[in-house]
Design a protein around this ligand. Structure first.
Ligand code: AMP
Length: 510
């Protein structure tokens, strides 16, 4: 396809109407660097949509006239860079094209106050209103399927996510982590203005953030006050330096597993921003739901796609049942059971087939625990109080550093109530009965008719959701997905989209 440079709004609307593909849109203000390159090439590699890069220095988001006038402009180079990195078309409108005088159809938007009155919005009055106005105008002209943004501008990303949500636009926002230069400072079009000495100062600032991130990971305290003092001693002019909740941008609390440490400094006339995410542990996805909702298949695929550990809690209950039988323990005698549980260790290990093995006291029991004998007893054993308590603790131990997806009945409510993403996967009784009936692997359903299966499922649901210990209930903050009519892959994609929407790319396992 011919590479296009489009300058007029009518042309862009014509182009959009005539193409058959969906659009990935990558808005920029030009003077493209490796951060922009990564954004364009990520869009290119994501799918087969057409990639449209825009270059437009938005006057509405500048509160300072000289900053606008001095904003570096390198259009010829930007065109080459965009095409070389996967752009199919470039939109370079003039201010008059985007904001024609006297055009009453242009909507001047206000960014939500909670998100826009802090950090960069504190001193730059109207900045985010300007960002929202121009991005909304561009989205309206281009109508992309995907919008690609950098996490370097984290606050802007949150505000634009809110815009897409409140305007009910059918657009997915995809983000990339902050791209940094060789010396660790974030790439920015404004870096060209920095003198050698100013660059040293921003390096100091970015390094302080990085050290804070490492200290926090090692469970050391991070003191915002001390960092500010250190930077002030270097004569760094700080506009703000804050430790906040990453999504609400309100003050961080000790309970937050993920928070953001963000700052802006001024080097001469140049203003630069940087941030890091502080994390107690890597993110966790909790998937709960009734039997037959497709949890384990979905969870395994998610683990593979997102490179997370698959915490197969069902396998843990099965492994424990296996050992109880093997060692002939009378689990009804509480004392014997308690004694037995003292010396149990359960581990997961990747095997040569890229699958996961389950080991109990170093026996590999992956195959054995799938036997009919174990299936018939596991439910009984897992309803014993001691067993549940023991395994919930073991699951929490495995989850201490996070980076996993777990499925079960009580993951989001009891095991990991602070999981970053909670899903409640369910399906109608009709659908689950049909799935069991036509599942070739399910021996028990072969001889049972559909009506009986439905009754069995209803009974199991009732028992699961009314039992005393860890009943099956949807956590308040869980997202319910009813899987009737969806393929496994569609469900997996839905959950991955929720994950990507919520968890910064910066802290996802790459
Ligand atoms: P700008 O040209 O500065 O308006 O940026 C255009 C897009 O590129 C925005 O979505 C930015 O967040 C993103 N971007 C700019 N610099 C970086 C960087 N260093 N790393 C990642 N994304 C960036």
């Amino acid at each position: 396809m011919k590479k296009l440079i489009i300058r007029k709004t009518e042309e862009i609307e014509n182009w959009r109407r005539n193409i058959k593909s969906d659009i990935n849109f990558i808005p920029t203000m030009g003077n493209l660097h490796d951060g922009h390159r990564k954004l364009i090439s990520t869009a290119k590699n994501d799918n087969s949509n057409l990639n449209l890069v825009s270059i437009f220095v938005n006057p509405l988001q500048f509160d300072n006239k000289s900053d606008l006038e001095n904003y570096p402009k390198t259009v010829d180079n930007d065109i080459k860079t965009s095409f070389a990195n996967g752009a199919d078309a470039i939109f370079i409108p003039s201010t008059k094209d985007i904001f024609p005088p006297n055009n009453k159809n242009i909507k001047f938007l206000k960014a939500p106050l909670e998100l826009s009155s802090v950090l960069c919005g504190l001193n730059r009055v109207g900045h985010f209103d300007g960002v929202c106005t121009v991005v909304y105008r561009l989205l309206d002209l281009i109508k992309p399927k995907n919008l690609y943004l950098g996490e370097k501008d984290w606050q802007q990303l949150l505000i634009l996510k809110d815009l897409v949500l409140t305007k009910k636009l059918k657009i997915s926002i995809k983000s990339i982590p902050t791209q940094r230069d060789y010396d660790g400072i974030p790439l920015s079009s404004r870096n060209v203005h920095l003198s050698k000495n100013q660059r040293k100062l921003i390096r100091f600032f970015s390094n302080e953030l990085l050290v804070a991130k490492i200290n926090f990971q090692q469970e050391k305290k991070v003191s915002v006050k001390k960092i500010i003092q250190k930077m002030s001693a270097e004569k760094i002019s700080i506009e703000y330096f804050e430790h906040l909740h990453p999504y609400t941008l309100q003050k961080a609390s000790d309970e937050d597993n993920i928070s953001i440490l963000a700052g802006a400094i001024k080097c001469g006339e140049t203003r630069l921003i940087d941030h890091v995410f502080l994390m107690k542990r890597s993110p966790i996805i909790a998937i709960d739901g009734p039997a037959g909702s497709g949890k384990s298949t979905v969870t395994k695929l998610i683990a593979k796609k997102l490179k997370l550990l698959y915490l197969d809690t069902g396998a843990m209950y099965r492994a424990l049942s296996w050992l109880l039988i093997k060692e002939n323990i009378d689990y009804k005698i509480v004392k014997d059971l308690q004694h037995f549980l003292k010396d149990i260790s359960i581990k997961f290990k990747s095997n040569a087939n890229s699958q996961q093995d389950v080991l109990i006291n170093n026996y590999c029991v992956t195959e054995e625990i799938r036997s009919q004998k174990i299936s018939s007893i596991v439910s009984k054993i897992s309803s014993i109080n001691e067993v549940r308590k023991f395994l919930v603790e073991e699951q929490r131990k495995i989850g201490k550093s996070g980076g996993l997806v777990a499925e079960g009945r009580d993951i989001g409510t009891t095991v990991f109530p602070d999981a970053e993403l909670k899903i409640f996967l369910t399906a109608s009784i009709d659908e689950r009965a049909k799935r069991r009936k036509f599942d070739k692997k399910s021996k028990d359903s072969r001889d049972i008719d559909l009506h009986q299966l439905k009754e069995l499922i209803k009974k199991r649901d009732f028992e699961d959701s009314t039992r005393e210990i860890s009943p099956l209930i949807k956590a308040n903050d869980a997202i319910e997905i009813i899987t009737d009519g969806y393929s496994i892959n569609e469900v997996v994609e839905k959950i991955i989209t929720f994950y990507n929407d919520k968890i910064p790319k910066e802290i996802q396992i790459q």
